[in-house]
Design a binder for this molecule. Structure first.
Ligand code: UGA
Length: 454
């Protein structure tokens, strides 16, 4: 009989995890306290944009292998394994992680755990959280001694969530017993058979692996962005630099893409939570470098605004600016801590008339920044623009024909905040192209084959 699994929390992580477990042949029950979300998922509709997920979900809802509920009693009754996938956002009043949703989930689930089962945390948490949650579980679960807690961090990227979950680089499980390891090996049997590394650690290490991975990725991006600043001052080209250093096997080419920096619901809050935890533990110096990483990242946004001012002759007051992109990254409609929207809002506050276009994130952007103006296409956003700013690297924008904007814009200035457009193509069409850390003129454009590295 296949394992019966519950997935508590149906955001990007939870829905993707639930649908992929169903794909592996397990019986899955997804739970959320948001009844609207559950109704939508139960009808096979994904309430956010994630390529490939709607197909997977509707397929497994149709077979009955994937169901949804709002009842913790039903979840407790159903599951051999319970995954905790709720959000752990930044606290409103500090840098640390807000663990309220996780604590609420454990509190709500525990009284319904009457038979032997494994509770598995997947949310990103400060080290030591699992220990505390385990104590709560044994205090409140009727089957206390038979309920165990393990940690299994998730490394999926939004926009690539399904592929990352089905074929991750590695699976990490932090366990306290051989039984827990055995259960998790059974959950991941198909992936282990496929040769995906299965790394078994203690629980604290598993919690830290996730935080450390995100902190390292953030550091890589900020390192390259710091180099971009040096490039601008020296006339060097960060795209060629990225290509050249990325070819060193010890460095690697991925996640070295300089530009407007990182945003989203994960990297920014995770490095801050790590700083907060280091402070609490009295080892602030261990994470002090992350303040620089965060600072460099945030300064990309002000740099971009400064570039817009420069392009507009010292002020953006009364200027029309087209912003291409609102999502924090392409292939997602997530606008949490979106660098693009942050820049758009700052420009508006400085007196510019800003028009934003994003292929899928408009509704979320409108909710987050209702005072910005939104357009239905790149061309519409560009009408009368004194500068066009490319701030989220959707494929649609890479394909944009500069000649198609002739007679649409007021001036042919393109500011590429993602260093993802082809400078030669835009310059050939008569545009002034500016990237971040890229040369001002065409004569030093690289001949490298550097590509996207996310
Ligand atoms: C990130 C991690 O990559 C995942 O491994 C992790 O599971 C996830 O956080 C999480 O903690 O849940 P995600 O935030 O979805 O995933 O997106 P990324 O692809 O990592 O991009 C994050 C930001 O970094 C984006 O704003 C992107 O534009 C920026 N970025 C990425 C760069 O500026 N340069 C790069 O080279 C790569």
């Amino acid at each position: 009989m296949p394992l019966r699994v519950t997935v508590i929390g149906t955001g990007y992580l939870g829905v993707t995890h639930a649908a992929c477990l169903a794909e592996f042949g397990l019986d899955v029950l997804g739970l959320d306290v948001d009844a609207g979300k559950i109704a939508s998922l139960a009808s096979g509709a994904v309430p956010f944009h994630e390529p490939g997920l709607a197909d997977l979900l509707s397929r497994h809802v149709a077979t009955g292998r994937l169901r949804f509920t709002t009842s913790f009693a039903e979840a407790g009754e159903f599951g051999d394994v319970h995954y905790l996938c709720v959000g752990t956002p930044q606290r409103w009043n500090g840098l640390g992680a807000d663990l309220r949703y996780l604590e609420d989930a454990v509190e709500s689930l525990a009284p319904h755990l009457r038979v032997q089962c494994l509770v598995v945390g997947k949310s990103t948490v400060p080290v030591g959280t699992a220990e505390r949650l385990a104590a709560r579980l044994s205090a409140h679960a009727p089957a206390n001694g038979d309920v165990e807690l393990a940690w299994n961090p998730e490394f999926l990227r939004e926009g690539k969530a399904v592929a990352d979950t089905l074929r991750p680089d590695r699976i990490v499980v932090g366990v306290r017993s051989e039984i827990a390891e055995k259960v998790l090996r059974e959950v991941h049997a198909a992936q282990i058979d496929d040769g995906i590394p299965f790394i078994v650690t203690d629980v604290a290490t598993a919690e830290l692996v996730k935080v450390a991975a995100n902190a390292f990725l953030a550091t890589k991006v900020s390192f390259m962005n710091a180099m971009a600043d040096l490039c601008e001052e020296t006339g060097a080209d960060v795209a060629a630099l990225q290509d050249a250093i990325g070819r060193d096997g010890r460095i690697g080419p991925r996640y070295l893409h300089a530009g407007l920096g990182f945003g989203g619901g994960c990297l920014p809050k995770d490095i801050r939570a790590l700083m907060a935890q280091a402070d609490e533990l009295g080892v602030s110096q261990a994470a002090a470098f992350l303040r620089e990483v965060d600072g460099i990242n945030m300064s990309r946004r002000t740099r971009m605004v400064a570039l817009a001012r420069e392009t507009c002759g010292g002020t953006v007051l009364g200027r029309r600016i087209a912003v291409l992109g609102a999502a924090f990254k392409p292939d997602s409609d997530d606008v949490r801590d979106s660098p693009a929207l942050s820049v758009a809002a700052q420009l508006q506050l400085q007196g510019a008339t800003v028009s934003v276009y994003d292929p899928v994130a408009r509704a979320n952007a409108e909710r987050a920044f209702p005072s910005l103006h939104y357009s239905g296409s790149a061309v519409e956003a560009a009408e009368g623009a004194h500068a066009v700013m490319h701030l989220t690297e959707w494929e649609e924008f890479r394909q944009l024909d500069p000649a198609g904007l002739d007679g649409v814009v007021a001036r042919k200035f393109i500011l590429d905040g993602r260093n993802a457009l082809d400078p030669d193509r835009w310059r050939r069409a008569g545009w002034t192209y500016r990237g971040l850390g890229r040369p001002l003129t065409a004569d030093r454009s690289p001949t490298s084959n550097a590509t996207s590295t996310a």
